[in-house]
Ligand binder design. Structure first.
Ligand code: FRU
Length: 424
């Protein structure tokens, strides 16, 4: 891969590769890496809105943070349309599946608050209509900056284009609840450059989104992870020996896997406020393996860098497959080399009997994994489903060296704080 020169002089690292050989080790239904079955009897957060990607308020080091005893989460959110003629089927019944599948086009950032780390109450929209420059407000990360309650919300402004942006506002608490105020000025940060990260012009199905800023516990600098695809015209990527890895005889054929080009991107801040960023070459690439490594995030534990990212069955390349869920990689230093956790990368996947039960997992530093319910079968054949659009039961995992284990299950949407900040 070519990369642009950085202000650090030579490129600081080579991307680590998630290879086809690694992915051949992915196995659905291993109980240590499979999310417990979600019952079709789940409660919903709201009959008015669907929610999916959930972004807990945290500090720049990754700790889930409450303010004055209030937990706060941000969610991608879209109205439900049970009475809209546009979403009625031929028999006049609400076509909830179509409504749900259309949600990405009208995604908006909402927030919720809670005293218990669950039983979330709807706060409302983070930005008023017209503040965000594009139609879609896609995933990102809210960071509590200080005891004055200032919050930087990094997110993705999508359609037209896809720009990593941030908006600064404030969290205000009373004994009755939480409001987010003054999220009024959105600042564009950067877009894909076509040299390291694929642009829309290079591939209409490009991905460039999901910022996750953090401070490196070792060098103390401000960085940001994001989802990307490796730069280059669609179809031009090479799946060579390095991308294939050490496969058994008979597994050399890569089919059309050159179309799958996901990567985990990284940028470094040139300033302490995180207003000025420089993209660096990807930390991890999945060329020939998978087309999406979404919502990348870290857990820093035992002096190691645990890099997590969510991915889908449908985005895997020819000849490799795995469940929808969260995958992980570990390194001793920020720039790698990263090796797949559990040999394969799979950390927590959906069971094959309920392949779409949950998605958009976020592994928190306390080992709790939050996700949302997508759809759960309501009959044995799996033809009838119930749409979620709500928080899934939280799962506990244990991270040990290069392995992870599912060890616990908690209540729906349980996201307890790891520390509390008293506002001044
Ligand atoms: C993950 C995701 C994110 C994106 C959002 C769009 O569920 O695909 O990558 O920001 O959902 O709705």
């Amino acid at each position: 891969m070519k990369s642009t020169p950085s202000k650090f002089g030579k490129t600081p690292h080579q991307p680590s590769l998630w290879t086809r050989a690694d992915a051949l080790k992915v196995h659905a239904d291993d109980p240590t890496t499979t999310q417990p079955l979600v019952s079709a009897n789940f409660p919903v957060l709201s009959d008015e809105v669907f929610i999916w990607d959930t972004m807990p308020l945290r500090d720049i080091d990754g700790n889930i943070t409450s303010v004055d005893g209030w937990s706060v989460i941000f969610t991608l959110t879209a109205d439900r349309h049970p009475n809209d003629p546009q979403y009625l089927d031929q028999n006049g019944n609400y076509d909830v599946i179509r409504d749900w599948n259309d949600r990405h086009g009208r995604a908006k950032m909402y927030y919720w608050f809670s005293r218990t780390g669950k039983d979330w109450k709807l706060g409302g929209r983070v930005m008023a209509e017209g503040v965000s420059p594009t139609v879609r407000e896609w995933a990102g990360t809210p960071i509590l900056l200080n005891e004055q309650g200032e919050v930087d919300l990094y997110y993705t402004a999508v359609t037209p284009g896809a720009t990593i942006v941030k908006v600064r506002g404030r969290v205000v608490t009373t004994e009755h609840g939480v409001s987010l105020v003054s999220f009024e000025k959105v600042k564009p940060l950067f877009e894909a450059d076509g040299k390291m990260y694929q642009t829309e012009a290079q591939n209409a199905f490009w991905g460039f989104r999901d910022p996750w800023p953090f401070r490196d516990p070792k060098d103390g600098k401000l960085y940001m992870l994001f989802e990307g695809n490796v730069a280059g015209e669609r179809g031009s990527h090479k799946v060579g020996k390095a991308e294939i890895g050490d496969v058994p005889p008979g597994y050399e054929d890569v089919g059309n896997s050159r179309f799958q080009t996901a990567c985990v991107g990284i940028a470094v801040a040139r300033d302490e406020d995180g207003d000025d960023w420089e993209m660096l070459p990807p930390l991890l690439t999945a060329v020939g393996v998978n087309d999406q490594t979404e919502r990348p995030h870290f857990v820093f534990q035992d002096g190691k860098y645990y890099l997590f990212t969510i991915s889908h069955t449908f985005t895997y390349a020819d000849g490799v497959t795995g469940p929808d869920g969260v995958y992980g990689f570990v390194a001793d230093s920020l720039f790698g080399p990263y090796v797949p956790l559990n040999g394969s990368g799979l950390v927590l996947g959906n069971p094959s009997s309920q392949p779409f039960q949950t998605y958009s997992h976020c592994v928190m530093p306390n080992g709790l994994v939050t996700s949302f319910i997508d759809s759960v079968p309501t009959d044995d054949t799996g033809t009838q489903i119930r749409i979620g659009g709500t928080e899934a039961p939280t799962v506990g995992i244990k991270i040990k060296g290069q392995q992870t284990f599912v060890v616990a299950e908690y209540d729906y949407g349980y996201i307890p704080p790891m520390l509390d900040v008293t506002l001044k």
